[in-house]
Write a protein that binds this ligand. Structure first.
Ligand SMILES: [Zn+2]
Ligand SMILES: [Zn+2]
Length: 65
């Protein structure tokens, strides 16, 4: 039926040749579990609030709080 064999990421719309590549992309770029901390400035996610705090102070030069 379909002339295309691409698999599209439901999160960012990026297309991959195989479902395996798409799955690996989702795990790597989006992750299957929610992150507890996200930078409100650049939207980068971190696995711990401590990492986000260090990011804020190091990258944005502003202490959290
Ligand atoms: Zn994606
Ligand atoms: Zn940031």
């Amino acid at each position: 039926m379909s002339g295309r064999t691409g698999v599209r990421c439901e999160f960012c719309g990026r297309e991959f040749l195989t479902a395996g590549e798409k799955a690996a992309h989702v795990v790597h770029d989006h992750s299957s579990r929610p992150f507890p901390a996200r930078c409100p400035v650049c939207r980068v996610t971190f696995e711990s609030p401590a990492d986000l705090k260090a990011h804020n102070e190091g990258v944005h030069g502003a202490p959290s709080g």
